[in-house]
Design a protein around this ligand. Structure first.
Ligand code: GDP
Ligand code: CA
Length: 315
């Protein structure tokens, strides 16, 4: 069995722990297609928050409290940059994490594509699943915001980290999406998949930018594999993070039903055949989608693997 997972950062990473556990049980192969819309260059370093969340989590090196970066981190470089007054100060990287970024940036500057760099980094972490960026090309999520400085587009990381999503926002734009190509291996993985899972990641700024790569959404929607999504919203609120603010920008309801409708039923041009919602959201209806309510809290690997099993059984 071959499973493809569309994933963002922490929600994607924790879900993939369960997918990997399930896959080990049944002998399946897993490919994660990961969002790059959050990526940015800072201090000469290429930062890939979602790829790193997935790589560190699956490799056992993630900080579970902070939700990003390395466990047991120190912050000397950050303090030294602050002493120089180096901008921006709202984004920090730990010292261990910086080593990852030095390797990545050196390889990218040497001409290697992000997919090859990701493979090289993953050879250390042995995540047990194949990690692919959605694209090797520039695809950046920007938020079109408005305040007393007027209307402007800011990088998603500035919107999320600096403004904590607390600024009037008109829309999100995926800069570069029109000309981006799926990374090598992405379309083949989707075409040969037996199941496509949409992780309980942020639908607006994690999953949507993956699907915005031309040809990627079409490959999933027109492909042979059933598509099952997992709701990141439980009882009308995100489990963690600010997906509610992102959904509000789109005018979408922050509920399991609202996100299900946003993805839409595959039979009517949308994405999903199946939609897993939490037990709290039993009774959720999404037109032309098979909905099932199961426990959706990713408290440990076994609980998450049970979610994956329920997704497989839905197809
Ligand atoms: P990010 O890129 O680091 O923001 O992470 P993702 O986009 O992959 O995931 C963020 C989403 O994960 C949030 O909207 C959360 O609601 C969701 N999430 C986090 N923990 C859980 C959980 O235990 N269960 C479910 N169903 N969703 C979760
Ligand atoms: Ca992210």
């Amino acid at each position: 069995m071959r499973i493809v997972v569309l994933a963002g950062g922490i929600g994607g990473a924790r879900f993939l722990l369960g997918v990997r556990a399930y896959a080990r049980d049944v002998g399946a192969e897993v490919t994660a297609v990961v969002n790059v819309g959050d990526d940015l260059w800072l201090h000469g370093l290429k930062i890939c928050p979602d790829l790193d969340s997935v790589m560190y989590t699956l490799g056992g090196g993630a900080d579970p409290e902070r939700g990003w970066g390395r466990v047991g981190e120190s912050w000397t470089v950050k303090q030294e940059l602050a002493a120089y007054g180096a901008q921006p100060t709202w984004f920090g990287l730990g010292d261990k994490d910086i080593a990852t970024h030095l390797v990545r940036s050196t390889m990218l500057n040497g001409g290697y594509p992000l997919s090859a760099v990701t493979e090289a980094l993953a050879s250390r972490w042995e995540p047990g699943v194949r990690l692919l960026p959605a694209t090797d090309d520039r695809l950046e999520t920007h938020a079109v915001v408005e305040d007393d400085q007027g209307q402007r587009a800011i990088h998603f990381q500035e919107w999320w980290v600096r403004y904590r999503a607390d600024i009037a926002t008109h829309r999100f734009v995926f800069v570069g999406a029109e000309t981006a190509k799926p990374a090598p291996g992405v379309l083949d993985a989707i075409a040969s998949a037996d199941l496509v899972l949409v992780a309980p990641s942020n639908p607006v700024v994690s999953v949507a930018p993956v699907l915005a790569v031309p040809g990627l959404r079409e490959a999933v929607v027109d492909g042979p594999a059933p598509v099952v999504g997992v709701s990141p919203i439980i009882g009308g609120a995100p489990v963690r993070g600010m997906a509610d603010r992102c959904l509000a920008v789109l005018g979408a309801e922050c509920s399991a039903a609202g996100v299900g409708r946003l993805y839409g039923g595959r039979a009517s041009g949308g994405l999903l055949d199946g939609w897993l919602v939490a037990e709290e959201d039993a009774g959720t209806v999404v037109p032309e989608v098979t909905v099932r309510a199961v426990p959706l809290r990713m408290t440990d690997e076994a609980a998450t693997a049970a979610m994956v099993r329920a997704a497989v059984e839905l197809t």
